[in-house]
Write a protein that binds this ligand. Sequence first.
Ligand code: FES
Length: 103
Amino acid sequence: MEKIGNLKDIKKGESMSFTYKGEKAILIRTRKDELAAYVAVCPHEGGTIEWDEKIHMILCECHLSLFNFEDGSLYRHSSIFELDEGLTKIDLSVDENKDIFAR
Ligand code: FES
């Protein structure tokens, strides 16, 4: 298990970047206090994904693909290319000190 940070480091509705096994990753904390983390690399052509709290979706601005917060599955992509892969989810745990760990 790898420590990512502490809940006090990330406000509700925000995201933060971290490195997971040598790859860019993103930790998301929603306004409803849900947590999820993903490898921050778009399965299309490797664009960097971002959290968009307003629409409660994960966005790749390169070609405007959207991914579901809950499991990283693909929600929508442009009709000009094929894509059926979602994001790579990172399992998390939070201990009694509110430290967040990636498994
Ligand atoms: S690289 Fe993400 S949609 Fe194309």
